[in-house]
Write a protein that binds this ligand. Structure first.
Ligand code: ADP
Ligand code: ADP
Length: 232
């Protein structure tokens, strides 16, 4: 079974008499282990799709199954539980807590998951090691470069061992060196068999994935496997 399965998903935002159809009839399946980029211009519905895929919001119509579980009609409390168990988030703005060390930022999802302190510490340290930040665990976000901060948030995303890594414009605030760095991490996660969904408006970033989906006006208009040109 696919890890992500959207059937005829629609999302309508209403305010007073005004209704905006942000997503319209989106059918999409992603298999476990795929590395998918979602592209589209501003206003096309990328954030809305990201919010639904990430169980931060539910569809107005249609069904969404995550790892076999239908989340379409869940209450916020259940959604929060699914997020904590299944999804690692990476955001453009990093979303790290400024007063906490890298180590404490990374262990936070494990606090929510009720993992005992000693195990939390060990797993957070291991995750920071995996992103190459063993030497920076006691630093606060303000003491780290943008690229290092984003590596901390990748560590936070993978510390719970999630089924899905969901990244929303993860390189939007990074220079080209840090972008290469962070994209290298996503590729590693993919090679380890994780499912990665990366939302971006940058073609060069999207080209790192193995499948690129284009959305326009709330609809999937293109869905293609990337040819890397390494074989011929
Ligand atoms: P993107 O991330 O591709 O820029 P969005 O998903 O943010 O696109 O927006 C898709 C459409 O939905 C746009 O027309 C936007 O104005 C509208 N929209 C997004 N969020 C809301 C909201 N909370 N209330 C009303 N309209 C919204
Ligand atoms: P709760 O506080 O009910 O436990 P949260 O709202 O903190 O649940 O969300 C749980 C997970 O979802 C966290 O791992 C958090 O990183 C992620 N997350 C949720 N919402 C957002 C959001 N708007 N922006 C960012 N992260 C979110």
């Amino acid at each position: 079974a696919p890890i992500l399965d959207l059937v005829e998903v629609g999302k309508t935002y209403r305010s007073g008499s005004l209704a905006v159809d942000a997503l319209r009839g989106v059918d999409l399946t992603v298999e476990e282990g795929e590395y998918v980029a979602v592209m589209g211009p501003s206003g096309s519905g990328k954030s809305t799709l990201m919010h639904i895929l990430g169980c931060l919001d539910v569809p107005s119509s249609g069904r969404y199954r995550l790892a076999g579980e239908d989340v379409s009609d869940m209450e916020e409390r259940q959604l929060a539980d699914i997020r904590n168990r299944r999804i690692g988030f990476v955001f453009q703005q990093f979303n790290l807590l400024p007063a906490m060390s890298a180590w404490r930022n990374v262990e936070l999802p494990l606090v929510y998951a009720g993992v005992p302190r000693a195990e939390r510490r060990a797993r957070a340290l291991e995750a920071l090691g995996r992103v190459g930040l063993s030497e920076r665990v006691a630093h606060r976000p303000g003491e780290l470069s943008g690229g290092q901060q984003q590596r901390v948030s990748v560590a936070r995303a993978l510390v719970t061992d999630p089924s899905l890594i969901l990244a929303d414009e993860p390189t939007g605030n990074l220079d080209s060196v840090s972008t290469t760095d962070v994209l290298g991490l996503f590729r590693e996660l993919h090679e380890q068999g994780r499912t990665v969904v990366l939302i971006t408006h940058e073609p060069d970033v999207a080209a790192q994935a193995e499948r690129v989906i284009h959305i326009l006006d709330g609809q999937v208009v293109d869905d293609q496997l990337v040819t890397t040109g390494t074989s011929s």
